[in-house]
Design a protein around this ligand. Structure first.
Ligand code: ADP
Length: 473
């Protein structure tokens, strides 16, 4: 099969969250199964440093809503996988990836650039694998402007993967001029243009990143108003659990951590803990260390942390290290905690791959009390690093963390059902008590967690099956 993977971010070139990781892990996994795969992504400003390694492969002009613009295509082969970068200085060479007033125009341009590009760089895929709202308009544009051009365009199938239903690409109706068609209700949702809804409506098939999240999104509570649109496609909508790339996330050979370890040499995890504590000026006692790494967004359950962590610090011997960037009020809360408990609560505001790896390797417990979580990579990474996750039973967290059972001595982490601070606090104290009073059982659970296999190869096999179904069906 021939696949073009279309993503607005790809690790290590650009990343704001899990999409960037998966856009790199999944195409590699598919390629390893013997398929022809390329990735296409925008050429952001941060990519200048890779320019010397890129090859120019073509140029075209795009007209949308009466605006004409030129895009260049560059290719770079990274770990044997060709990545095509769409360059347009005006739209993409900016400091951030998203969050600009003209995002609709920017990602409409990216979508046209992909569809035009197929004939420019001569790569006609069986499957155009699109991801999230940024590429959600592609099926609409394909149907209206390209399918009739040639049989190669006519036979393209599209798969839309939803990595997070909250972000839909909602814009004022005036942006519909960029679609170069008559006005249509096809992409409209509550009087606004909605890129993701259009993709849900028109893609050949849809999936999201865990089976539980798939079912949740069909309900009003988790559907973010698109549950109806998804229910309309229910029989062509599936959930495939994300995986993580153990070449990057494995304490055995991770070059970013202080001391490598495996479940057999787990004692070395302690060296990482001491290193991390020194780095963040925490007291050196051997006490449970709790970490958090993530986007500081409402989704991540930081409001529950705000209602809980002071009490945990006041009534236990635990220490915390919190890392992330995003919402200002959450950043301020992290800083407040650090000021109130300078020897026991540390924070890192910002995005830093290395520090994130050091935290996964150095802490004992990892917080993910998410309000909703399509899949979540943090808990899977944590388990691999022998760090027990404390998670809410939602979406991919429910599908990946097996609850600790004291009597059976089973499980890979601590889970709670309802989004409330009492249940969350109970689980934190349960984990702290286990660490303090029954380290033997704690260590057993750590070993269970490290054994879990959430590899990209499993995920790739499932996508391969799905691609075959789509082409076959
Ligand atoms: P989401 O996609 O909702 O942000 P995921 O758990 O699926 O959440 O993926 C988050 C990814 O981004 C993980 O690889 C995590 O380690 C990484 N990450 C999140 N915040 C930071 C940060 N501040 N610094 C470094 N890496 C981060």
């Amino acid at each position: 099969m021939k696949i073009l993977f279309c993503s607005s971010e790809v690790f290590p070139f650009s990343k704001t969250g899990g999409l960037g990781d998966i856009a790199s892990f999944l195409p590699h996994g598919i390629m390893k199964l013997g398929h022809e795969v390329k990735i296409i992504t925008p050429y952001y400003k941060s990519l200048e440093k890779y320019h010397d390694k890129m090859t120019f492969i073509g140029r075209t002009s795009i007209t949308m809503g009466g605006i004409e613009t030129i895009v260049n295509y560059f290719e770079l082969v990274h770990n044997d996988l060709p990545i095509i970068f769409v360059q347009n200085m005006h739209y993409f060479e900016r400091d951030r990836l998203y969050g600009y007033n003209d995002d609709a125009e920017r990602f409409a341009c990216f979508s046209y650039a992909i569809l035009e590009g197929l004939s420019i760089f001569n790569y006609m895929p069986d499957i155009l694998h699109i991801n999230d709202w940024q590429t959600g308009m592609i099926p609409y544009l394909l149907d209206h402007h390209y399918r009739h051009r040639s049989f190669d365009y006519y036979r393209i199938h599209t798969l839309l993967t939803i990595h997070n239903l909250e972000y839909q690409g909602v814009f004022d109706p005036y942006v519909s001029r960029f679609f170069n068609t008559d006005f249509s209700f096809d992409y409209m949702h509550f009087s606004a243009v909605n890129f993701l809804k259009s993709g849900i409506h028109r893609a050949s098939f849809i999936n999201t990143v865990s089976p539980t999240y798939r079912n949740e999104t069909l309900t009003q509570n988790f559907g973010f108003t698109l549950d109806g649109a998804l229910r309309n496609r229910e029989s062509q909508y599936t959930g495939i659990l994300n995986g993580i790339n153990y070449d990057i996330f494995d304490p055995k050979n991770d070059p970013m951590i202080h001391k490598n370890y495996t479940s057999r040499t787990i004692k070395n995890k302690l060296i990482n803990k001491t290193y991390l504590k020194e780095k963040f000026f925490l007291d050196e006692d051997q006490v449970p260390l709790i970490g958090f790494v993530g986007r500081l967004a409402h989704q991540k359950g930081i409001d529950l942390m705000k209602q809980t962590l002071e009490e945990v610090l006041e009534h236990s011997n635990a220490q915390v290290i919190l890392m992330g960037s995003g919402d200002q009020s959450y950043q301020e809360y992290f800083e407040y905690l650090n000021h109130k408990f300078p020897d026991r609560a540390a924070c890192y505001i910002g995005y830093n791959e290395q520090v994130a790896h050091e935290i996964y390797a150095g802490v004992d417990l990892f917080l993910m009390p998410s309000l909703f979580e399509p899949c979540g990579l943090g808990q899977m990474i944590a388990m691999r690093y022998g760090t027990l996750p404390i998670v809410r039973e939602t979406g991919g967290l429910k599908d990946t963390v097996e609850p600790f059972n004291l009597y059976k001595k089973s499980g890979t982490g601590f889970t709670f059902a309802n989004y409330n601070r009492y249940e969350f606090k109970d689980k934190i104290f349960e984990a702290i008590n286990l660490y303090n009073n029954d380290k033997q059982t704690f260590d057993l659970i750590v070993k269970n967690a490290m054994k879990k296999d959430y590899s990209t190869s499993k995920m790739a096999l499932e996508y391969e099956k799905l691609y075959q179904t789509i082409i076959g069906g």
